[in-house]
Design a protein around this ligand. Sequence first.
Ligand code: 0O2
Length: 269
Amino acid sequence: MEIINWKEELFPYKQATDELYVKFNSIKKEYIDLEQHSPIELVQTRVKSIASILDKANKRDIPLTKIFGTLEDIAGVRITCKFVEDIYKVVQLIRGRDGKDLIIKEEEDYINNTKSSGYRSYHITIKYTIITATGVKEIPCEIQIRTMAMNFWATIEHSLRYKYNGNMPKHLKQKLEACAEASFKLDTEMGTIRDEIIETQKIIQTKENLVYEILKNIQNLYYIGKLEEMNKFNREFIDLYQYASIEQLHTFNSKLQTLANLYKVNHLE
Ligand code: 0O2
């Protein structure tokens, strides 16, 4: 009778997903900081539960001793995007890292080759190297890339599949197939106004970044003891904030910046 030390076996998978989580979120942050549209909307990771691992192994007749060498989705990363076009941008980003910090083993495009269930997503199976206290390990990981609409459909279908355990009633299957088509239509329609949505989001992001800068500069006045000026700018900002255009906020921030620079010089002197 084979005994698996699950905690020890699963630890490296958790490390791999943790590292990948940080890496994909850094890409997202880079786009946001540069005020560009991020093709990555959300990064989620999970290590398959022991029950699901055993369930999958059982369904596929995989002996216990072969589980870790055979199952390739014990470590999973899910990247959710706003638009279908973004999915392929993320695919390009991952391909760009092939041979650097990961190795691509397989790609499955379930968007152009939709599964009979109606499932759509882009899957990339990778090998990811981690360094643990006990040495170097190569961990297989499945990256699923999908839109928010695809994700909504997949999570609902997944729970229903779980509920019916392979015996989903025909009418429900048909309903789900119809829902999959309807949600893909939504993705396609949204894709046609992608540029406009991105433009609007950029404006919001620019405004958010500017407001952050302004508040930081006002706070700096407090730190260097210029309380009167701090209060003056604070009041002015409260009046300005709601209706100000990006240009007005820029002008306001430049005034603050000039003052901050000036005081910084005086302060140092
Ligand atoms: P979980 O709980 O998400 O981990 P297959 O034999 O085709 O079922 P395979 O060969 O392991 O699966 O790889 P594939 O096709 O790339 O699918 C792996 C994962 O993709 C699944 O993992 C699901 O997460 C997702 N997936 C694939 N097909 C479907 C589908 O029809 N509906 C939904 N909702 N998800 C799907 P697990 O282990 O099934 O589940």
